[in-house]
Design a protein around this ligand. Structure first.
Ligand code: PNS
Length: 164
């Protein structure tokens, strides 16, 4: 039974993330989408909101479970008995950070492998940071975030103080 973790900040979830979840879900028996709760960082969407969006998107996918976590990813991997981590790479610029993280995680947990998947080309320019920037300045984020979430994400980006 292959169990994988797809970790991230998901602040907010983008079409790139959603594309990756759907690709990864086909490859494994169980996919844990793990939302980082980092108390030292002020997110735009609370960890409950970020996890809620992901649960809504994946409600028809029985192999997918959404959890929140803090602390080390390798500890979550041990707790959930996951054998691998899924990460997305969009461009060469992602490589160095992902390479360091994958090798550090493997140092901390020698059995843990990281699998890299590439999102659909049209999503390779999308990041949560750019979605936040474009949306907060009144730009149209259609096609950058999953359609059912677009209005809620747009509203929050225009009114960041309403964080739930
Ligand atoms: O979506 P992001 O922000 O690129 O995801 C980064 C994430 C959550 C995968 C990474 O920050 C992480 O794993 N954090 C947990 C703490 C940890 O294990 N740090 C050591 C990584 S080598």
């Amino acid at each position: 039974m292959l169990k994988a973790i797809y970790p991230g900040s998901f602040d907010p979830v983008t079409m790139g993330h959603w594309d990756l979840i759907q690709r990864a879900e086909k490859l494994v028996d169980h996919l844990v989408v793990a939302v980082l709760h980092n108390p030292s960082k002020q997110p735009t969407f609370s960890v409950a909101e970020r996890a809620g969006f992901l649960r809504e998107l994946t409600s028809a996918y029985p192999k997918v479970e959404v959890v929140t976590f803090n602390g080390l990813l390798v500890d979550l991997a041990r707790q959930t008995n996951a054998q691998c981590i899924i990460r997305g790479v969009r461009a060469f610029s992602d490589f160095e950070y992902e390479f360091q993280m994958a090798l550090m995680n493997r140092k901390l947990h020698t059995e843990l492998e990281t699998l890299f998947l590439m999102p659909k080309e049209e999503y390779s320019i999308i990041s949560s940071r750019l979605v936040r920037e474009v949306g907060s300045m009144g730009g149209d984020i259609s096609g950058f975030v999953p359609d059912p979430l677009k209005d809620r994400i747009t509203r929050r980006l225009l009114n960041p103080s309403e964080i739930g």
